[in-house]
Design a protein around this ligand. Structure first.
Ligand SMILES: C[S@@+](CC[C@H](N)C(=O)[O-])C[C@H]1O[C@@H](n2cnc3c(N)ncnc32)[C@H](O)[C@@H]1O
Length: 254
């Protein structure tokens, strides 16, 4: 799917652009992960690949003194994020901008906490952590989610599909090794339950898929978007015990 094509991106966003979250997660998991961040309460927070920013709003509620900058490469996501910040009356200290997580627009040494739910895969764990290291303030922490295998031997059908989608998919120990390769240590980690995929992601996605089908019955690109989303949901329905996302709370070792 070529998301650089405006028509394709428009159809893609009809499914993925208006979901409560643009990936597996939930406020309770964001809150649990934030509670595992060591040291003083963070006051400067960078949320990379923020999407529609449900987790940014949760972070802001838990950190009432913090200034938060949310970054997404898609203007429509940054706009949706800013709408939510106004609705939550936090726009005096929380802002979304269009930008690249490979070059976040903040000063070196300025961030107490860098957050990336369902987004670090865009750079890869080791490269992202190395890239973000200079941005962290002393004692700073990175919190992120990353897909993991929950079983040693997933069914071949599932493994082949995942490895075509995301060849870097590994088990928790593999993610920990990628963290160490970037000269960080894992402070805490925990997997997300299946409910974190359904409640704010796949259940509302099913309604978006139905809407896209009804609005564009003869569009081959819409059919492609629908097929990809339905395949993803179908795999999770059949094999949710085999994979999930996990949260990782990490700090540099140097
Ligand atoms: C799977 S979504 C997760 C969004 C959000 N964190 C959530 O959990 O709902 C990944 C987001 O990363 C954004 N993204 C992808 N590559 C990026 C990049 N290089 N810089 C900034 N954002 C990026 C996408 O536009 C998308 O909104």
């Amino acid at each position: 799917m070529d998301l650089s094509d405006a028509h394709t991106l428009g159809l893609f966003l009809e499914v993925y652009g208006t979901l409560p979250r643009a990936g597996p997660g939930g406020d309770e998991h964001t809150g649990r992960a934030l509670g595992l961040v060591p040291g003083p309460t963070p006051r400067t927070v960078l949320d990379l690949g923020c999407g529609p920013a449900a987790q940014t709003v949760a972070l802001a509620a838990a950190l009432p003194e913090a200034r938060i900058l949310a970054v997404d490469m898609l203007p429509s996501m940054a706009a949706e994020a800013n709408r939510r910040f106004v609705a939550a009356a936090i726009d005096d200290r929380v802002e979304a901008v269009v930008g690249d997580m490979a070059a976040p627009p903040v000063e070196p040494g300025s961030q107490d906490l860098i957050w990336a739910e369902g987004a670090i895969y865009n750079l890869g764990v080791t490269e992202a952590l190395r890239t973000w290291r200079p941005l962290l303030a002393p004692g700073g922490t990175v919190g992120f989610t990353e897909p993991i295998w929950l079983v040693d031997s997933p069914p071949a059908e599932l493994r082949d599909w995942w490895l075509a989608e995301y060849p870097a998919l590994t088990e928790e120990a593999g993610v920990r090794a990628s963290i160490e390769a970037a000269s960080y240590q894992t402070i805490a980690s925990f997997p997300l339950p299946a409910s974190a995929w359904w409640d704010e992601y796949y259940e509302p996605m099913q309604a978006r898929i139905a809407g896209l089908k009804a609005r564009h019955p003869d569009d081959p690109i819409a059919a492609e978007v629908v097929a990809a989303a339905e395949t993803e949901i179908d795999f999770f329905e059949r094999f949710s015990e085999c994979y999930s996302y996990a949260f990782f709370i990490v700090q540099p070792t140097d």
